[in-house]
Design a protein. Structure first.
Length: 281
């Protein structure tokens, strides 16, 4: 079985490391963490853009760094040494992926030229170990009311399923009426308050979900029609770090929460999926 991964989101606000001048350009930095490297560069595109996301994945330590561009420039600091894959993401564009090697004390430069691309699906990525990235690329993108057609039970679904899981989650699944009914039953055991869904409504909801997201339904996901406004000046001052946790046949899904970053650099978390545990990276 191929080695899969799921994300543990440990967002480190490396605020105050990056700064923006009056021109909107990122100020040049000096790396202040001994034994680490830094990466900077320019991102260009055929049309104007703001706040593109630049990702740098440490392939040796399974750590993912992300920064936003400011004025088309980006900087990533305090990168642990190792082999990296670097790319840029921005709705409406795509970039090549490039590989680099970061050494302690290195200050590397890497530029990207974005290409125009069709919009991609909105989804929760690798949540709980589900491999959704490749499936989303070939999915049919639909506005909300086409993805979830009108029905008397739709408001109940919005008040329960979508309120908890979001608008992009349900469409990743392809299940029969019985399978959806079992899923609803699991949620009613300890998630949905008692009395919220009657037996009749439960059956209606399972039938609605299997009609639109049944075993033979095509991959369809939510189309983002309006881009969320971003404050580039603020975002380009931050750096985010994600730690990637392995999954395997014994633990195909992992649900992590209560993430805490200790002063010594270790990341602690609790795990909701059995066997429940307290883990450390």
């Amino acid at each position: 079985m191929p080695h899969q991964r799921t994300f543990l989101f440990a967002i480190l606000g490396l605020l105050c490391l990056l700064g923006c001048g009056d021109s909107g350009m990122i100020d040049t930095l000096q790396n202040q963490v001994p034994g680490t490297g830094m990466l900077s560069g320019q991102v260009t595109a055929p049309t104007a853009f703001q706040a593109a996301r630049v990702y740098a994945k440490n392939l040796d330590k399974d750590i993912l760094y992300m920064v936003f561009t400011g004025g088309g420039l980006y900087q990533t600091v305090a990168m642990l040494p190792g082999d990296y894959e670097v790319w840029v993401e921005k709705p409406g564009f795509e970039s090549d992926r490039q590989e680099i090697q970061v050494e302690a004390g290195a200050a590397l430069s890497l530029d990207f030229a974005l290409r125009e691309a069709p919009p991609q699906a909105v989804g929760q990525g690798g949540f709980m170990g589900f491999d959704r990235g490749e499936r989303a690329k070939g999915a049919i993108l639909l506005p909300y009311d086409e993805l979830y057609p009108h029905s008397p039970v739709k408001s109940l679904m919005e008040a329960t399923c979508i309120q908890c899981h979001g608008q992009s989650f349900i469409s990743f699944f392809h299940r029969s009426t019985q399978e959806w009914d079992e899923t609803i039953g699991r949620m009613m055991e300890n998630r949905i308050p008692s009395g919220t869904i009657s037996a009749h409504q439960r059956q209606e909801l399972a039938e609605y979900l299997s009609t639109h997201f049944g075993p033979d339904s095509p991959d369809r996901h939510l189309k983002m029609e309006d881009e969320i406004p971003l404050d580039e000046a603020a975002l380009s001052k931050a750096q985010y770090v994600e730690y990637l946790i392995s999954v395997d046949e014994a633990r195909p899904r992992r649900w992590l929460q209560e993430v805490h970053v200790a002063f010594d650099g270790n990341v602690w978390f609790t795990e909701r999926t059995a066997p429940h545990a307290v883990g450390r990276l």
